[in-house]
Structure formats: C-alpha cells, structure tokens
Design a protein around this ligand. Structure first.
Ligand code: GTP
Ligand code: MG
Ligand code: NA
Length: 343
C-alpha cells in the first residue's frame, strides 16, 4: 500500500530457540508448506530464508485486525537450527536480523539453547518476541485453527486455562531469573521494557495472526530509521551450493540496497578474493524456503530485504558467513579485494 512515509525495506526477522521447539514448523504453518518433515532427523542444519509479502500477512491477520496499518513491503524470515552444535549459525542469523522470535516450548520452558539465544539477543540489544509454542499440547486443548490467541483461549475449559496460566507463570519466572521482564503481549503495559509473549501452536495455527501482526507493527513502530531503505548494498553469504543446471551458486541475504543481473561482485574465497559477475539473480517463490530445492524466479534486479540465490562463475571457494560487495564505477577494485578478505 502507498503511503507518505519513508521508503521502508522489509524487516528481517530471525527465529531462534532450543532444538525442536517448533521454529521450522511455525514457518511451515505460515507458509502452508512441509519443510520440517523433509529434514534429516527432523533437525534443521542450515540457515533458511523465506519472504512473506504483506498481502499474505494481511490475509493471515484479517480476523485479528482487518484495518491494521502495514507499511512494510513484507517480512524476510530467517530460520536457524536449535541443535547445540550450530552456535555459529545462530550467531550469524541473529547478527542479520532487525527483530527476532525466540521460540519456547510451553511444555519444557527455558532450555539450554533458549538461554544461549537469549544471550545473543541481549548482547546485540535486539528486539524480540517470545513465541510460547505448542499450546495445543496442553491436556484437553480444543483447537480453533488459525484463530487469534485470545479467542482460542476463551474456548478452553477451566482445567486447560489453569494449566496454561501455571506454565506461563513458571516461564515468566524463568525469564526473570535471566534478568528479563516478560508478559503476555495483550496484557503488556510497558512495551519496550517488558518483552512480549505470544502463545502459539504451529500445528493448529492459534496465535499465528498475533505473532505476525505484532512483528510487523513492532518493527514499524520502533525501527523506522533502521528500516529506511538505503542504496548501499549490505549482503551476507549464507551457503555455497551446487545446483543442477546452475553450477555453484551462493545463497545470500540482501539486507539493504539493490542487486542487478550482471553486477560485478567481490566475495571472500578460501584462496583469496573472488571477483565475478552475477549471471543469474534468483529467488524462490514468495512463501517458499530458499534452502529447499524448488523452482526459482529470475530477476533483472532485486531490492532488499530478500533471500537470494546468485549464480556466477568461480564461486566454488566462496566462504559462508562473509560479506558480498558490489563493485561500483567509483570503487577501487584492489581496495574491495582487500576489504572482502578481512571478514
Ligand atoms: P530445530 O530446527 O531442529 O532446532 O527444531 P525446530 O525448533 O525447528 O522444531 P521443528 O519445527 O523441527 O519441530 C519439532 C517437533 O515438534 C516436530 O515433530 C513438530 O511436528 C513438533 N511441533 C512443532 N511445533 C508444534 C506445536 O505447536 N504443537 C505440537 N503438538 N507439536 C509441534
Ligand atoms: Mg528447524
Ligand atoms: Na527439529
């Protein structure tokens, strides 16, 4: 939708949390996909990226607030692994994001990688929302698919409501022990100082409208300056992958700026800087996961924020986690080659 405010890019939202709390399943629920069931051992082992256009967010939040103001073009969501061996990927994911979702299993409370993730977010002073997931596992839960959470809770028996309140209170206490104030988002009177909790189910979708709307509105409200689009390219390599028909490609997160087909780029390589030209600029379809093989959309140019697959010659030795630079006419290539190797 058009508005008179500044040109905002899509916020980048990273999903963090302990293994098997339902991070990928929450995204599957929003995307209406089945990525999680395709994972080896049900474990995420890579960073993922999915673009959610605002029209899809509008559709999923209509029942909650039909006339909400959604000023951003969409939301780029970064999925991360919760397994303890992937600390580096959680750190990379959290360093890319504007806002995060910290997923906690309501049946387990805070776990080891919840606390690790929390510390990553604290260290970066990052905004985040707690998704208190798996509410459908409360004994006797009556599901109301994709309903706003207040509506879903109203339909529960007193026993379910009591178990919910008991577990919620315990988890708020556990956060307090970590030095954080948290509260149910719809009861939170000190937004900003007290972190918001949104109860969710990734299986039946309760609370998903609340999570999406809160993410977009919170981002718009508190980080307009950070989300104001700038031309300077900011781009990070996530993965280096061989794809049939494309050769070696890199999956990147474009945080700011524009990439064009044909752009000369410089990437950090194992044996030195790699200088090449973008042969194809690809994305998955909206609401599809970048890390899952599928059909790609070709673009002449792409504006941030996006998860992008780049095909180009000579990318075999590119290093994940490093920055990608675009060579502009006024740039000194030798300077950029030195800069890129400092990552
Ligand atoms: P990692 O990426 O490996 O850290 O796990 P994850 O946090 O992405 O969790 P994942 O989506 O793999 O879900 C783990 C298991 O919990 C799967 O069997 C899911 O079906 C199940 N699960 C996830 N969310 C929910 C939920 O809301 N309710 C119920 N009942 N099960 C869920
Ligand atoms: Mg996962
Ligand atoms: Na898992």
């Amino acid at each position: 939708s058009k508005n008179s405010g500044p040109d905002l890019r899509s916020p980048i939202c990273c999903i963090l949390g302990h293994v098997d709390t339902g991070k990928t399943k929450l995204l599957d629920c929003i995307r209406r996909t089945n990525v999680q069931e395709g994972e080896a051992g049900g474990i995420t082992q890579q960073i993922g990226a999915t673009y959610f256009p605002t029209e899809n967010i509008r559709e999923r939040t209509r029942e909650l607030k039909a006339d909400a103001t959604l000023k951003v073009p969409g939301l780029l969501v970064i999925d991360t692994p919760g397994h303890e061996s992937f600390t580096n990927l959680r750190s990379r994911g959290s360093s890319l994001c504007d806002i995060a979702i910290l997923v906690v299993d309501i049946m387990h409370g805070l776990e080891q990688q919840t606390i690790e993730s929390l510390n990553l977010l604290k260290n970066r002073n990052a905004e985040f929302i707690v998704a208190l997931n798996k509410v459908d596992r409360l004994y006797g839960w009556k599901s109301s698919p994709n309903a706003p959470i207040v509506k879903a809770l109203k339909q529960q028996s007193n026993d379910v409501k009591n178990e919910f309140n008991m577990r919620l209170t315990q988890i708020i206490t556990q956060f307090k022990e970590q030095g954080l104030n948290t509260a149910l988002y719809y009861k939170n009177k000190e937004m900003g100082e007290t972190f918001n909790i949104v109860p969710t189910s990734a299986i039946s979708g309760e609370g998903i409208p609340d999570l999406l709307l809160l993410l977009v509105q919170w981002a718009q409200k508190t980080m307009e300056e950070k989300l104001t689009y700038v031309d300077e390219v900011q781009c990070t390599v996530l993965e280096v992958k061989v794809i049939e028909g494309l050769g070696t490609t890199i999956d990147v997160v474009l945080v700011n700026g524009v990439l064009h087909e044909g752009d000369q780029i410089v990437v950090c390589g194992m044996q030195g800087p790699l200088v090449t030209n973008i042969r194809a600029l690809l994305t998955p379809h909206p609401m599809k996961e970048l890390r899952v093989k599928g059909s790609y959309l070709h673009h002449k140019e792409l504006k941030a924020a996006q998860g992008v697959k780049i095909s180009a010659q000579g990318l075999e030795h590119a290093i994940a986690g490093t920055s990608l630079y675009v060579v502009k006419p006024e740039d000194d290539l030798e300077d950029l080659k030195r800069t890129v190797m400092q990552d």
